[in-house]
Design a protein around this ligand. Sequence first.
Ligand SMILES: Cc1ncc(COP(=O)(O)O)c(C=O)c1O
Length: 456
Amino acid sequence: MTKESDKTSLLLADAARRGIAYRQSCGGRNVAPSPASLDAICKFVEPLPENGTSDDEILALLDEVGSPATVAMAGPRFFGFVIGGSMPVSVATNWLTTAWDQNVAMHEVTPAAATLEQVALDWLVDVLGLPHGTGGGFVTGATVANFTALAAARHRVFADAGWDVEADGLIGAPALTVIVGEEAHPTLFKSLGMLGLGRERVVRIPVDGQGRMIAAELPEIDGPTIVCTQAGNINTGAFDPIGEICGAVRPSGAWVHVDGAFGLWAAASPEQAHLIKGMQNADSWATDAHKWLNVPYDCGIAFVRNPPDLASAMAITADYLTTDTEHRNPSDYTPELSRRGRGIDVWAALRSLGRSGVAELVSRCCRHATRFAAGFADAGFDVLNDVVLNQVLVAFGDDATTRRIIAEIQRDGTCWCGATVWQGKTAMRISVSSWATTENDVEISLDAMIRIAGEP
Ligand SMILES: Cc1ncc(COP(=O)(O)O)c(C=O)c1O
């Protein structure tokens, strides 16, 4: 071995050693970082050094200052936002494929990575019960998955109206109606804005007490129309009646999109699949693998029933690119040209879990959520939502009291939950999305939260 490759091996082994130690610490440490570790972050804030620093020192600085200042999202008792952990196998494949350093734009030059992504995509279509032949692309998350799928929608509805939106843009285009539920996720509006369709130029459909779109309030479909539905409300976990909406609007030519950032995974579990009945009748779907499939960030997927609609919106060519191939070119289906092979982490997670393992993961998280809800109700606190999935909303009294208790729970460090406002009332949100959460973690967390909420 040369001296240089010796140094590289030691460095990478040290990174692995530090990464392993970090992961081992996640279950035992406080979920929130200590005030002292947060203060130490300022060591990163310095002018660009004139000269370089040794690789060993950089890694040590990152680990010694950075690791303690993280919130333990990879651990078993982080219940904020909708944050999955990352399964060990997907972290391991992520490390190996980072070493591969493949740019998965084109099949010709990344045959192994592109094939693995194709297999992962086919498996996702299968496990999520999407229509045979559905295509898609691996993107950074559900925000971009919504953007990507809606770009395909924009292509198709304008093409049907005789307008080439990719070539001619939106100026002078026929009128387009975009319909959303009142409770659509904010990133959906952002995606609409990025597509030039307007964050506010939408028809908003009222929702019920769980945040579900009321299908009877849908307007008559007239002309090019995209209807954006939601599988899994960020607060309640509730589902729009997607099958009913598809039945009402698709015969008139409207495109139905499903934002299923985490809720689409209900389809993978026989116990929860009824919640998302009829969603396979839609035209496009967005989801995250970095949420419920528990792969490392960043990993979302855009699915489109008719893959040429997505390719029409995304594919490019150039003389220097090896786009002419009998294989599927990944970059024909994503906004990015260059990117990492994030679909390989999905392949690893699905191969590790199998169909039954994915179903069990989803059901287990839902069972944990039900247990949280029962524990809070037994202790006399208000559970604000029907707990149908993995989300629980609980109030500890008036808004100020709830906020104070959430802050104390975060400070205590046994677990971590965030705040929200649900239909005018401040609540604590619990989202159970991690493979690592056990029944014991739920009990430890419940005990701590109920104890803190009971303190004067
Ligand atoms: C319904 C819904 N859509 C979109 C998103 C955005 O996902 P991401 O942060 O992965 O882009 C979320 C995030 O929680 C979500 O719940």
